[in-house]
Design a protein around this ligand. Structure first.
Ligand code: ATP
Ligand code: MG
Length: 665
């Protein structure tokens, strides 16, 4: 990063306020990494020209484009229309019948993939299992019969609170097979959070495990579920997987052991032909910005979207070993551990435990052991790897890797560079994928054989995705300026609603900019048509009439050698509107006034005087969601000395918040 002004909008000039809804950019990132020639030569989409041709074709007639691809799913009955659109309600492939479990499993029967490994699984203690597509199919059929025997039918909601085990995927695919709707709840949430979600979704059945392994300790999942079920009157039955062997209470007439039910289950369970718009799952968002929303996804459009985006973005080949480190409890796990890769016939690595158990080299050890070729992880993990030190990486042979990816937050350019050099050995393209629980699958990202990357940019929209950057009145902002990111046309993976709350669905996504899907993020598009996500709409800093993005200030801080991660928020200030407050986690150096001054000077030098932090707070950790995203809204309250009022149910570690409060000056 240099201190040159960025974007065609130019630097922020004093005394030149910009329109509300627009955000100015102060960052300039000029490094460009073309796809390696060797990679491009073999890629599915191997040149910018090929990408453009696909993109233009899709833009000219999205329905024809998706209709052509829909032939890759199995149809029990053909659909009548590709898209029926009555804003904000979409029906994709209406009139058709398909089944996501069929597309992930049965579709590979009578192909060489049937006996190929579908899942490679490693538990935290080091236990290992492999399931071929044929074996996975058998398990899913049996468990689908278990569900039926317990009275679960089409449209019933099944709540799943399980460790990262093959049985979690089996449970989901079994639901999909019979038209039941799964609601997976990340297995780190509290009993209260489970009960809330069970209530919101009117869940009928619970699936869990006795426990799971995390950093060498057992998490008592069943005990937590017992507490949740006491407050979940709609849930009548509970299936319990034996994972750790912990002692658990089994309530007679309610609780059943997974293995006992499976012993007696028939492996014969044909997939039910389901209408395209049959709900597939409910998934609650991370809660970075407030109370989580129960996002609803349906069958055909979602299934097609995750299959195609998986194949395009990860340039999937049959010999790949694909590892997405996300827990299945998040949308990334739904779309790129389960439905996308399995529809595409991929081999997926699944790991149960923590990245720092037994030590901080566990991920690199797994890559070496299983010869992982594609590695997809989150910026929060990358920042942790950097902090833990290169020596953990250096011990392992990562030469099997050919492609890297990131998801979940923006990645600071310096963290991108580390990932590129250290993990990618300057040979692997990096796909920075922007998307949301709501979008179902990846929306903007570099296609690795086609689109040159710029550190910190998610580059360009995928074919069929039509973004724009607008002001609150819906006017497009001038190129280079930041504004609200919207989608101007429906896409197959889009959410179909918020479970049981159409009013909130309309209000949240479709009312603020009429006729367009409002993502809730700010972005800008540079002169090359590259998109840069600038943070959440609610997190913009309003400094002396200039609207600044969180990520640009944070990236400037992270480019200082002492800084591991940083969060920037606005603190109300009588004169400036917002003063800039930053929270900094160090990887080296001593917290204190000298370093504070140094960081202020560093920001001044990197991006200019306007963004210089007024407050610099050193902290051991930042408050994050359980999915690892920085919760800036809580930091904003702390910076302004407010007693925090927002929803904290998704906070990962309450002690971080307490410490930050105690630290207050
Ligand atoms: P909530 O909606 O409850 O506040 P959340 O938005 O954190 O939670 P998710 O759907 O898991 O829930 O996250 C999507 C958001 O994550 C995006 O809107 C964006 O802010 C951020 N994000 C995801 N990927 C990227 C990326 N590659 N670059 C920048 N931001 C990203
Ligand atoms: Mg969100």
């Amino acid at each position: 990063m240099t201190n040159a002004p960025g974007g065609s909008g130019g630097p922020v000039a004093p005394g030149q306020p910009i329109a509300p809804g627009q955000i100015d950019t102060v960052m300039h990132e000029s490094r460009l990494f073309p796809p390696p020639a060797e990679f491009a030569a073999k890629a599915r989409i191997g040149s910018m020209a090929a990408y453009r041709a696909m993109y233009d074709e899709a833009k000219a007639d999205p329905a024809a484009f998706w209709g052509k691809l829909a032939g890759e799913l199995h149809w029990f009955e053909p659909y009548k229309d590709v898209l029926r659109w009555k804003e904000p309600f979409a029906e994709w492939f209406a009139g058709g019948k398909t089944n996501a479990s069929y597309n992930c499993l049965d579709a590979h029967a009578n192909t060489p993939r049937w006996n190929k490994t579908a899942l490679i699984w490693e538990g935290e203690p080091g236990d290992e299992r492999r399931l071929t597509y044929a074996e996975l199919h058998r398990e899913v059929c049996k468990f689908a019969n278990v569900l039926k025997n317990l009275g679960v039918g089409q449209g019933d909601v099944v709540s799943i609170y399980m460790p990262m085990t093959p049985e979690l995927a089996i449970a989901m695919l079994a639901c999909a097979r019979i038209g039941a709707v799964h609601s997976v709840i990340f297995a780190g949430f509290s009993a209260e959070a489970i009960a809330d979600r069970n209530h919101d979704a009117s869940a009928k059945l619970q699936i869990t495990a006795d426990g799971s392994w995390r950093r060498g300790k057992q998490l008592p999942l069943k005990d937590t579920v017992d507490e949740a079920l006491a407050k979940s009157p709609t849930v009548r039955k509970c299936v319990v997987l034996k994972r750790t062997g912990a002692n658990v209470n089994m309530t007679a007439g309610r609780d059943y052991w997974w293995h006992e039910l499976m012993d007696n289950a028939s492996p014969d369970c044909p997939a039910t032909p389901l209408d395209s718009e049959t709900p597939l799952y409910i998934l609650y968002t991370s809660g970075s910005t407030g109370k989580p929303k129960g996002i609803k996804h349906t069958t055909a459009g979602y299934n097609l979207y995750v299959k195609k985006t998986f194949e395009w973005v990860f340039d999937h080949r049959d010999e790949d070993i694909f590892w997405c480190t996300a827990d299945i409890g998040w949308v990334t796990g739904h779309s790129y551990v389960v439905y996308g890769p399995l529809s595409a016939g991929a081999t997926v690595l699944m790991y149960e435990g923590a990245p720092n158990f037994p030590d901080e080299s566990r991920f690199w050890q797994l890559i070496e052991k299983y010869r992982v070729t594609i590695f997809y992880t989150a910026p929060t993990a990358i920042r942790a790897f950097i902090k833990w030190g290169d020596h953990h990486v250096d011990k392992h042979d990562l030469s099997s890797l050919r492609l890297l990816g990131t998801v979940g937050e923006g990645i600071n350019p310096e963290a991108w560079m580390w990932y590129h050099r250290k993990i990618g050995r300057e040979k692997c393209p990096i796909v920075d994928t922007w998307w949301q629980t709501e979008t179902g699958g990846i929306m903007m990202t570099p296609l690795p054989g086609a689109i040159p990357t710029k550190p910190g940019s998610c580059t360009k929209p995928l074919p069929g995705i039509l973004p724009a950057i607008v002001t609150p009145s819906g006017r497009e902002v001038p190129q280079g300026q930041g504004g609200w990111l919207v989608m101007t046309h429906p896409w197959p993976g889009m959410l179909r609603g918020i479970w049981g709350d159409d009013a909130r669905f309309k209000e949240q996504y479709w009312s603020k900019v009429p006729g367009k899907y409002l993502a809730g993020d700010n972005a800008r598009c540079d002169a090359d048509g590259y998109y840069w996500i600038m943070g959440r709409i609610d997190d913009v800093l309003n400094v002396s009439g200039h609207r600044l993005s969180t990520i640009e200030i944070e990236s400037a801080l992270v480019s200082h050698p002492a800084v591991a991660e940083a969060a920037a928020v606005g603190r109300p200030d009588e004169i400036k509107g917002d003063a800039v407050a930053v929270f900094v986690v160090l990887k080296q150096g001593e917290p204190g006034d000298a370093l504070k001054k140094e960081l202020q000077n560093h920001v001044r030098h990197e991006i200019g005087a306007l963004a210089v932090p007024d407050d610099v707070r050193f902290t051991g950790a930042l408050p994050k969601t359980r999915s690892g995203k920085i919760m800036r809204r809580l930091l904003k309250d702390i910076a302004s000395g407010k007693a925090e009022t927002g929803d904290t149910t998704t906070l990962e570690d309450f002690s971080v918040l307490a410490k930050l409060r105690g630290d207050e000056e």
